[in-house]
Design a protein around this ligand. Structure first.
Ligand SMILES: O=P(O)(O)OC[C@H]1O[C@@H](O)[C@H](O)[C@@H](O)[C@@H]1O
Length: 283
């Protein structure tokens, strides 16, 4: 059995290296096959759906069956939430997590050399612009940069919310939380800061450091870095049924990402560039 539904393209690889396109479940997919990694982006949402460093198991989880409606977001990989994260501050009729996941992005650039693959995507929606730069090798690095050309300051938030593939959620421990629980306290570094996911979780933590996802099931440690000003978004549905997650599949992922977010939203001035970065690699 495949450990990721998109590994199928590399098992039967007739693809041109390092880049090729396929049409799959009503989406355009950019396949990347490089000596350092294999990866798949969807043009819809500029979503990195699959990433597997050479010699390792996949880092990302992705649903096997995608919505028939091609504008509906695929669950899995690294969704780009933009230009708002979570619910829209003004109304529930707006799509959860913004427009970016539904739209077709423009591929700006894709090239590779011995040490990396670089892929850049852009989405322009009237006066709003966002660019995603990805650098892939043994680890992955993503940077989002956004600005708008409205006349006034605007409410804004964005996030990269990865679904990390784990051997078994029940054997996961997350390290690095001590930085949050310790904020402002003396002797903080002595607080043992491990967190064991149990049940549903939905949180944004503010701390300057990295988190480490230790996966006892696959016996590996994933280090997750973000830019200092970003929050760490942590999400899992627990036993609640969620679209595109088959029974038992929720045991195979945990979302830990980066969010440029504050309750009520951030203010983005006209022309101001706001960046969000996320990097991850096995230790
Ligand atoms: O189902 P979606 O839109 O992909 O979002 C997944 C989850 O993402 C989290 O960030 C939100 O806090 C949850 O409310 C949401 O359910």
């Amino acid at each position: 059995m495949l450990e990721h539904p998109l590994q199928r393209f590399f098992h039967s690889m007739r693809a041109k290296r390092p880049f090729d396109w396929v049409r799959f479940q009503r989406r355009d997919l950019l396949l990347i096959d490089h000596p350092l990694c294999q990866a798949v982006f969807s043009r819809q949402g500029a979503q990195l759906l699959h990433f597997q460093p050479q010699g390792e198991r996949p880092l990302l989880w992705c649903a096997g069956e995608w919505p028939a409606l091609s504008s509906a977001p695929v669950r899995g990989g690294i969704p780009v939430c933009w230009p708002w994260f979570g619910s829209h501050p003004n109304g529930s009729e707006w799509p959860q997590q913004g427009w970016a996941r539904q739209r077709e992005w423009r591929l700006l650039d894709a090239y590779a050399d011995e040490s990396k693959v670089v892929v850049s995507w852009q989405l322009d929606l009237e006066d709003w612009h966002v660019r995603l730069d990805a650098r892939l090798g043994q680890r992955l690095e993503l940077e989002l940069c956004s600005y708008h050309e409205e006349d006034d300051d605007c409410l804004f938030s964005f996030a990269l919310q990865p679904y990390w593939r784990v051997g078994a959620l029940s054997r996961v421990v997350v390290h690095g939380m001590e930085l949050e629980s310790a904020r402002g306290q003396r002797g903080a570094s002595r607080i043992p800061g491990t967190w064991i996911p149990r049940g549903a979780v939905k949180q944004v933590l503010y701390h300057p450091g990295s988190l480490v996802l230790e996966d006892g099931g696959w016996n590996r440690r994933l280090r997750i870095d973000k830019n200092v000003s970003a929050g760490s978004v942590i999400w899992h549905p627990g036993s609640r049924p969620v679209e595109q997650v088959e029974p038992g599949e929720a045991e195979r992922f945990l979302c830990i990402g980066a969010a440029g977010y504050r309750p009520g939203g951030l203010i983005l001035a006209p022309g101001e560039r706001m960046r969000l970065s996320l990097a991850a690699g096995l230790q």
